[in-house]
Structures are given as structure tokens and as C-alpha cells.
Design a protein around this ligand. Structure first.
Ligand SMILES: Cc1ncc(COP(=O)(O)O)c(C=O)c1O
Length: 395
């Protein structure tokens, strides 16, 4: 692990220096990137340049700024498809939305409701983020109102790791299984939920929608190898501005995805920020970002395991990316016996550690106790982890 830090030390220092909010507050450690990521200067500059040189509406005017904005939105669709490894990046495969929540809801309303027929079954991951549960239940309600009854089944989990359970999933899948919603990286446990095994378990013909909110920008997300039908993510978690996100649709299993209704003015400055963020991430190399954040998470989990009184949540760590054992990415959640997560989060903030402490929007909120979540990105350092462990140890 030490070798990853040594090897990538200069790379990390150079990237970290590009985040004005991070360099302006060296006494703080921002450890809440699963909620939203900080923005590199290139993204801030791109938005400023656009707004001060070419701001106009898209698809409406015929003067240069408007034409440029129209072209920029069209090119941004191709950029998103290319970033996701689409071997034939096609602008019609990408649709802009406000974020992952709206993206998943749009797939549910505008595609799933068109796709299902009475008696169909869908599989939903209720222990994941509520954004990946509510839309599918809403689709079920909308269909029921039209007299089309569909059954929602729960994605099976392994209790020990919070990973999906592909063996039980395979048993659950039947002739009427028409759709599976899955998550790439869990937003509390940090585990890679291993989409390959989901595809193997459900067979080649069932559409899968992947919530990639915690993976895009953190690791390579490649639709060339991930055999899924939709990839949905939020720009703000991938270093773009809030209010922009995207749906990528493969459009080969089921009806062509076409969002309904009048979309109105697109979030052009958000789209500009997204393109700049994807360019920045590509230059930084998502595979390196993954190695860095996985190594940071390993340092934290190793340290936490040695501290008495702390309970570490989620998967067992495995660092081999192709290991059959679930891999933990840069998200680590834990509890301290005898201290509420809320209190612990507050104490950590007084020491300069900006973490999240609550139930983290899990779909089955209330069943889970609150926890403190540390979520990492490329601007975090091993020194921050060591300082955090020191403070936790001293409590
Ligand atoms: C796994 C996952 N899915 C969906 C979302 C929703 O993202 P947004 O709030 O950007 O719509 C989040 C946000 O935390 C998330 O972690």
C-alpha cells in the first residue's frame, strides 16, 4: 500500500494543488466526496469562460453564441458516451438530467413503464440509496393505476458484506423477470457491487439499470465491458457543478429510450462544467484515482481495525481489482461504541475533519443505525488519514 503512495505522490500533489477550496483551507480535511466532490480549477475556469464569452440558449438562436451553445450541448453528449467507454459514442445515447436521482426517475417513468406488461417482475436493491429504489416503486404505482400489475422483488444481499448475493439472485430470476436495478459502488459500505456477477446471474436478455453515482469519476466505468443497459450518474459527484447529470442508454434490450415531455432550456453551464470535469478526470486517469482512493481506504480500514471500540461497516477489503472478493472503494463507514454517529461527526468537525454522520439516504432508512462516513477522492492524502486515526484513537 505504501508503494502506491510513493509511486503516486507527485501525481497526487500536482492534482491536489488544482483544487482552490482544498488549498485555501489546509487545516481542513474534506472527507465527504460521496456527497459531493470538490471542483478543480479547470472546471471553474471553463464555466467562467463560457458564461463570459458565449452564454446563450441552446437550439433556439442562429447567432454565433447560440450556435456555439447548441453545438456544445451536442458534443457534450458524445463526450459523456466516450468517457463511459462507449465504443461508438453516439449523441443519441446520452440524455442530460439534473443528477442521478432525476436520471433514475426518468428511466423509470419514460422507459420502464413503457416496457413492462402485466405479470412482469422487477428486482430492486432496497439496501442501496433511496434514489435507486423509489423510482421503481413509483413505476409500479403508475402501472397499477393503469391496471398493469407488476411485482417488485428485493435484490438479495449477503449479510456479512452487504454485497449482492448472485446465487440467490439467480434463484429469484424467472421467466417474468423484466428488469433489474443495481448499483455500481455502495454509497455507505464502499463495496463494488460487481455488475459482472449480476449479469451472469440474470442472464443475457434482462435489462439492467446501473446507478453509477459513486463510481463515475472514481474508477473506470466502461460500458464496453459492463453489460448493462443504462448508466446513470450525477455530475456534481464527478467534479462538475450541481444540477447536471446524465443517462447513457444502450438501447438494444427493449424499446428505445426517449425521455418524454418538453425538456426546456438545458443546464448549459452545468454541461460545460461536466465536459471540463470529464476532460480533467481523463487526464488524471480514473484508474489511478481508483488506486489512490482504494489505498487511502485500506489505510483507514487497517487503522480502524486496530482501534478498540470501533465497528467497521461493509465489505472485507480486497485490493485485487479482478478478485472474486468484493473490493472496497474510497468509502469507509464506521461507528464508535457508546457515541452517536452525530456526536462523533460533530467532534470530528471540531478537529477539521468534514465527514457525513447519519443514515446516508439508504432506501430502508430506519432499519440501519446511523454511522460516520469517510469518503475519499484524489485530493485526500495519507497524512489526513493518519491524523484522523490519531484523533479517533484519542477519543
Ligand atoms: C449511490 C447513489 N445513487 C444516487 C444518488 C443521488 O444522487 P443525486 O443526489 O446527485 O441525485 C446518490 C447520492 O448520494 C448516491 O450515492
Amino acid at each position: 500500500m505504501q508503494s502506491v503512495f510513493k509511486e503516486l505522490e507527485d501525481w497526487n500533489a500536482e492534482l491536489r494543488a488544482q483544487f482552490p477550496i482544498i488549498t485555501a483551507s489546509p487545516e481542513l480535511a474534506y472527507l465527504d466526496s460521496a456527497a459531493t466532490a470538490q471542483k478543480p480549477r479547470a472546471v471553474l475556469d471553463a464555466v467562467r469562460t463560457y458564461l463570459t464569452t458565449a452564454n446563450a440558449n441552446a437550439g433556439r438562436g442562429s447567432y454565433p453564441w447560440a450556435n456555439r451553445t447548441t453545438a456544445l450541448v451536442a458534443q457534450a453528449r458524445e463526450r459523456v458516451a466516450a468517457f463511459l467507454g462507449d465504443p461508438a459514442p453516439d449523441r443519441s445515447a446520452v440524455h442530460f438530467v439534473s443528477g442521478a436521482s432525476e436520471g433514475l426517475r426518468t428511466v423509470a417513468r419514460d422507459w420502464l413503464t413503457e416496457h413492462l406488461t402485466a405479470g412482469d417482475e422487477i428486482i430492486v436493491p432496497f439496501a442501496d440509496h433511496q434514489a435507486n429504489a423509489q423510482p421503481w416503486l413509483e413505476a409500479q404505482r403508475l402501472l397499477a393505476a393503469q391496471g398493469v400489475r407488476v411485482t417488485v422483488r428485493e435484490m438479495p444481499y449477503q449479510a456479512s458484506s452487504h454485497d449482492y448475493d448472485p446465487a440467490r439472485l439467480a434463484e429469484l430470476v424467472g421467466e417474468r423477470t423484466a428488469f433489474v436495478a443495481a448499483t455500481h459502488v455502495h454509497h455507505v459500505y464502499g463495496g463494488d457491487l460487481n455488475v459482472h456477477r449480476i449479469r451472469q446471474a440474470v442472464g443475457p436478455s434482462v435489462p439492467i439499470c446501473l446507478d453509477a453515482a459513486q463510481s463515475v469519476g472514481h474508477l473506470p466505468v466502461d460500458v464496453g465491458t459492463l453489460d448493462v443497459d443504462f448508466v446513470v450518474f450525477s455530475g456534481h459527484k464527478a467534479m462538475a457543478l450541481p444540477g447536471i447529470g446524465a443517462i447513457w442508454a444502450r438501447n438494444t434490450r427493449g424499446p428505445e429510450f426517449a425521455p418524454g415531455g418538453w425538456a426546456g432550456t438545458p443546464n448549459t453551464s452545468g454541461i460545460v462544467s461536466l465536459v471540463a470535469a470529464l476532460d480533467w478526470l481523463d487526464a488524471a486517469a480514473p484508474a489511478r484515482i481508483e488506486r489512490w482512493t482504494v489505498a487511502l481506504a485500506a489505510r483507514l480500514t487497517d487503522g480502524l481495525r486496530r482501534l478498540p471500540g470501533y465497528e467497521l461497516l461493509g465489505c472485507q477489503l480486497s485490493l485485487a481489482v479482478d478478485s472474486p472478493v468484493q473490493q472496497r472503494h474510497g468509502i469507509v463507514s464506521f461507528r464508535r461504541h457508546g457515541t452517536s454517529a452525530n456526536d462523533l461527526g460533530f467532534v470530528l468537525s471540531t478537529h477539521g475533519f468534514l465527514v457525513r454522520a447519519d443514515s446516508h439516504c439508504q432506501a430502508r432508512a430506519g432499519e440501519q443505525e446511523d454511522s460516520v462516513r469517510v469518503s475519499l477522492h484524489v485530493y485526500n492524502t495519507p497524512e489526513e488519514i493518519d491524523r484522523l486515526l490519531g484523533v479517533l484513537d484519542a477519543l
